[in-house]
Design a protein around this ligand. Structure first.
Ligand code: B12
Ligand code: SF4
Length: 476
């Protein structure tokens, strides 16, 4: 028996689709699976005590979606809470524990060490958990299990993840291991993946660590089958869980064509993250017909210097046309900015804010601070700036030496001590922007989806869709 546990209890609740896929794959491999969903339980302790008083699994899998909320200045770090959960499980059963998840994959070895879990999986969970389950029942050879973090003689070993690029990525489509209908009620949307991986190299992005640098595409027929499975559960508002739906553009078009062919665009609405390029009128039109009603673009900046620094291939002009293509096709549009990166100055921020105002998307996210993840180019940039402990560009809420495992943000010191104030002044009350927050007003409602009571209430009242769209409508 494999027991899978969702540890993400953040509200509004996001369905653990990784666990849904893993449970489906494990069942297909003949493994008996049970799911304990701490997000849907009244409280963690009684859910775990209740479960392990009855069940003695061969392996327990914990999913860790978020290491932290990746939001300056909130900086909530979830690892101590995860360690408590591991400790509690340990007091109830001696079954081996494996942890996995997107956030986990960024800090796999550190989290295994911190929590005392026996195993971890960096990257895709489906093949790894099946192989680990097999190994535990057999010769206990762990060396060849992709992405596995394991212990031997007090040493923690890390196997490289294997991104299988040989054929299409194929995932179970039944989506019946978790209570997706409950998540739709309390989370307002459910997720679905059309592919994994990204071949770009934005300096701040940890995607290559969790999903790999090669795009692995699902057959559009399989994606549409899965959308139908969710529709049968009464779920008709989806969020595509690809890092960027349009990388590569041809695959996005192929998925849209299959959705259109099946009339799915008339039966469901969906939202997605997208890169600014490639995107044109034909893609916008196909997406709308396929059911897309909102796009959140990874815009980052409108300053050519900052876009070059971030290694984004688009220019401000592309942002402008992206907004226009959305408007012409009846798609709501958000531009997500990333303010405060290396070399950001008051002038580049002004250029960006002024440009976004003229471009006129439905809304724009204007958070301040780039979370510095190990394994990204940001680390080399920080290293080149000298002693990290005295680097004026690094911001954190913990004390002691810089430790990237804990929430650590880069905010260009050229923006001055009151960087959030500067950005707010430039936004000047324009309601289209989700403003950055500074410590003084951190309690105000904002675009952080972590314990966002305003969103939770709106969803309870019946709001559905992407969170930026729900928040935007609340402001109108
Ligand atoms: C789409 C998305 C969103 C959407 C979700 C929509 C929806 N309905 O699902 C929205 C916009 C709501 C969102 C919100 C947030 N997000 Co988000 N999101 C993503 C994104 C792009 C996809 C997540 C996803 O579902 N992936 C697909 C699933 C199938 O993959 P997976 O979870 O990784 O699971 C696989 C493996 O990890 C592994 N696995 C998973 N569990 C387990 C368990 C075991 C035992 C094993 C062995 C393996 C395993 O196997 C699975 C299948 O292969 C990721 C980036 C990314 N590329 O993944 C960021 C990401 C997860 N988000 C992130 C963050 C920070 C957040 C927020 C906290 C932001 C905020 N402050 O508001 C919130 C949290 C919301 C919440 N309640 O948890 C960060 C987390 C990084 C970190 N610091 O920990 C990420 C990685 C983006 C980033 N690089 O910054 N997000
Ligand atoms: S930010 Fe988006 S486009 Fe850039 S590397 Fe990450 S996933 Fe790819």
């Amino acid at each position: 028996m494999l027991t899978l546990i969702n540890t993400n209890t953040m509200q509004p609740a996001i369905a653990p689709i990784g666990l849904d896929y893993i449970a489906g794959a494990a069942r297909q491999a003949g493994i008996e699976v049970e799911v304990v969903d701490l997000c849907l339980a009244d409280d963690t302790e009684s859910a775990l005590r209740g479960n392990f008083s009855k069940s003695k699994p061969d392996l327990i899998g914990l999913s860790l979606r978020n290491v932290d909320d990746c939001f300056w200045p909130s900086c909530q770090w979830f690892i101590p809470q995860l360690a408590d959960t591991v400790r509690l499980i340990r007091s109830l059963t001696d079954s081996p524990i494996v942890i996995g998840g997107v956030g986990f994959s960024i800090f796999a070895k550190e989290i295994v060490a911190y929590t005392g879990a026996e195993f971890g999986v960096c990257g895709d969970g489906e093949p790894a958990i099946i192989k680990l389950y097999g190994a535990l029942h057999g010769a206990k050879h762990f060396e060849n299990i992709p992405g596995l973090v394991w212990r031997k003689n007090d040493t923690i070993h890390t196997n490289l993840p294997a991104w299988d690029t040989a054929g299409p990525l194929s995932l179970p489509t039944s989506r019946d291991a978790i209570d997706n209908a409950a998540y739709f009620r309390i989370g307002g949307q459910c997720g679905i993946e059309t592919k994994r991986g990204c071949d770009r190299q934005c300096i701040y992005c940890a995607d290559r660590l969790c999903k790999g640098t090669a795009t692995r595409l699902r057959n559009p027929v399989e994606v549409a089958d899965e959308a139908e499975s969710l529709l049968k559960q009464g779920i008709n508002v989806l969020h595509i869980c690809d890092s960027e739906f349009n990388i590569p553009g041809e695959h996005a078009m192929a998925v849209c064509e299959e959705f259109i062919r099946r009339g799915l665009g008339k039966r469901l609405r969906w939202y997605t993250y997208m890169a600014v390029v490639p995107f044109d009128g034909a893609m916008a039109s196909a997406m709308r017909k396929a059911g897309c009603v909102g796009i959140d673009f990874t815009g980052d900046s409108a300053s050519s210097a900052m876009l070059k620094t971030y290694r984004q291939p688009h220019t401000a002009a592309y942002l402008d046309s992206a907004v226009r293509f959305c408007r012409e096709n009846g798609i709501k549009v958000m531009i997500d900015l990333l303010l405060g990166g290396p070399g950001e100055t008051p002038e580049t921020v002004k250029q960006t804010i002024d440009f976004i105002k003229r471009t006129n998307p439905d809304c724009a996210g204007a958070p301040l601070g780039v979370r510095v993840y190990p394994g990204t180019e940001m680390v080399s940039i920080v290293a080149a700036e000298g002693n990290p402990d005295t680097n004026p560009n690094l911001r954190r809420k913990y004390t002691g030496p810089i430790d990237l495992f804990k929430p650590t943000f880069y905010i260009s010191h050229l923006l001055g001590e009151k960087a959030a104030r500067l950005v707010k002044d430039l936004i000047d009350g324009d309601k289209r922007f989700f403003e950055p927050i500074d410590e003084a007003d951190a309690a105000l409602t904002d675009h952080n989806y972590n314990e966002n009571a305003e969103l939770v209430q709106a969803i309870k009242r019946g709001a559905r869709g992407a969170y930026w769209e729900i928040l935007r409508k609340l402001r109108a």
